[in-house]
Design a protein around this ligand. Structure first.
Ligand code: BGC
Length: 415
């Protein structure tokens, strides 16, 4: 009798302890969404996670484009203390998978029918040897021009549809004492402008051969020389204080009427919207001159961690970010469009509609291309090699011919 009671009591105590040690779904999330628009977007996710019983530990690492965040991630993984979830994208997902540190989220993907609601090319970025290893939240377009409606109107300038028109508009503005191009001299921002110029001047096949296939003949072609020539012009259109400026401060220059244009992905639109600006009235959007669409899909990868609460957190987070409600609310704030194909875009603005229709058209004609500057096309060593050359050229008087020769050499050395 005594034994029985004790055993029952022990079992009960263990059960209680077991329950107590499961603190509910937990997620420590490493991300680099720290600007005004980005912070509003990530708050949507934090709220949804909490509403569903999760506890979120925030690990924001400031720095546009995520370079600093990736350095922080490497340090955490090397010290054997990976975060539960990380804002990670493109081939970097597969690179981490190959290091054996990613969790398999296939059961969540299958239970929620991701294969039925995600376009095939987006889904392919989220897979590692057939298993699901990341969850997509959006599609950002990179090749955009954001313009100050007031400045264009006051100077009788229309949105440029060719690079010649862009240069003519910029020359006119400069002559009137207005900074044509708001830019932040950080290498990833230089690369952002460069890939838009390359797509516009070279076209989709050129872009693909150069930045997806790393074809040497294309990297050293006359067309690439022309791309660097245009980059030299762009350098002439920025203000003297461009060096090191954060991208959102460049967006603020357009917002405040201190510069006419910014070439940046549509996270810049998130910034305008967070400041209450209205597309078509306060600011204008148009794709950079030329055909094609450079996509940049943000996603979360889950790292291998111990503990039922953390694993439950990963499952919950993965389920929520691909969920229909989240994809709508998050992307309304972030400036991007949903990764899912079944989200109603009625509440989205005109720039988002343009993005969605251009993306569909580019998908049909083979000009839907991964952004190299935002880590969608190449592994880190190769994209880094290209960006180093782009930045070295932008910040010196290097000739286009020398830049092209350096590009070819840098790629060979990176292999
Ligand atoms: C990311 C965006 C982010 C932007 C600025 C891009 O590479 O995909 O989500 O807003 O960088 O940090």
């Amino acid at each position: 009798m005594f034994m029985k009671t004790t055993l029952a009591a022990t079992t009960a105590a263990l059960t209680i302890m077991g329950t107590a040690s499961f603190a509910g779904p937990q997620a420590e999330v490493l991300h680099y969404w720290t600007s005004g628009g980005e912070a509003k977007s990530v708050a949507v996710l934090q709220k949804e996670f909490a509403d569903n019983g999760g506890t979120w530990t925030d690990m924001p690492v400031a720095g546009g484009g995520g370079d600093a965040a990736m350095t922080a991630l490497r340090a955490r993984v090397l010290s054997g203390n990976a975060p539960t979830a990380v804002q990670l994208k493109g081939p970097a997902i597969q690179e981490w998978y190959e290091e054996g540190v990613l969790a398999d989220i296939s059961s969540v993907a299958e239970a929620n029918g991701w294969a039925d609601v995600l376009p095939a090319n987006i889904a392919s970025h989220m897979k590692c040897e057939g298993t699901w290893c990341a969850a997509p939240v959006n599609v950002h377009r990179v090749d955009w021009i954001w313009a100050s409606a007031d400045i264009l109107k006051a100077n009788g300038i229309a949105l440029p549809t060719t690079w010649d028109e862009f240069n003519a508009a910029a020359d006119k503005l400069q002559a009137a004492g207005i900074t044509p191009l708001a830019h932040g001299g950080q290498s990833w921002q230089d690369a952002t402008v460069f890939e838009a110029v390359a797509l516009g001047i070279g076209g989709a096949d050129f872009y693909k051969k150069a930045f997806v296939e790393l074809d040497d003949a294309t990297l050293t072609s006359d067309t690439m020389v022309a791309v660097f020539d245009q980059m030299r012009k762009m350098r002439g259109y920025v203000d003297p204080n461009f060096s090191g400026r954060d991208w959102n401060l460049a967006t603020a220059m357009v917002m405040n009427g201190e510069a006419a244009f910014q070439i940046m992905g549509d996270w810049a639109k998130g910034e305008f919207m967070a400041a209450g600006k209205v597309p078509g009235e306060d600011f204008l959007c148009i794709s950079t001159p030329g055909d094609g669409f450079l996509y940049n899909v943000d996603s979360f990868a889950m790292f291998d961690v111990d503990g039922a609460d953390k694993k439950a957190g990963q499952d919950l987070l993965a389920k929520l970010v691909v969920g229909k409600t989240f994809q709508k609310t998050f992307n309304l704030n972030k400036g991007s469009i949903p990764a899912r194909t079944d989200v109603d875009l009625a509440d989205f603005d005109s720039c988002a509609h343009l993005s969605a229709s251009d993306m569909a058209a580019s998908n049909d004609n083979g000009s839907l291309l991964p952004s190299y500057a935002h880590g969608m096309a190449l592994r880190g060593a190769q994209s880094g090699a290209i960006t180093d050359v782009v930045t070295a050229h932008f910040n010196s008087d290097m000739s286009s011919a020398d830049a092209v020769a350096m590009l070819s050499k840098a790629i060979k050395n990176s292999m």
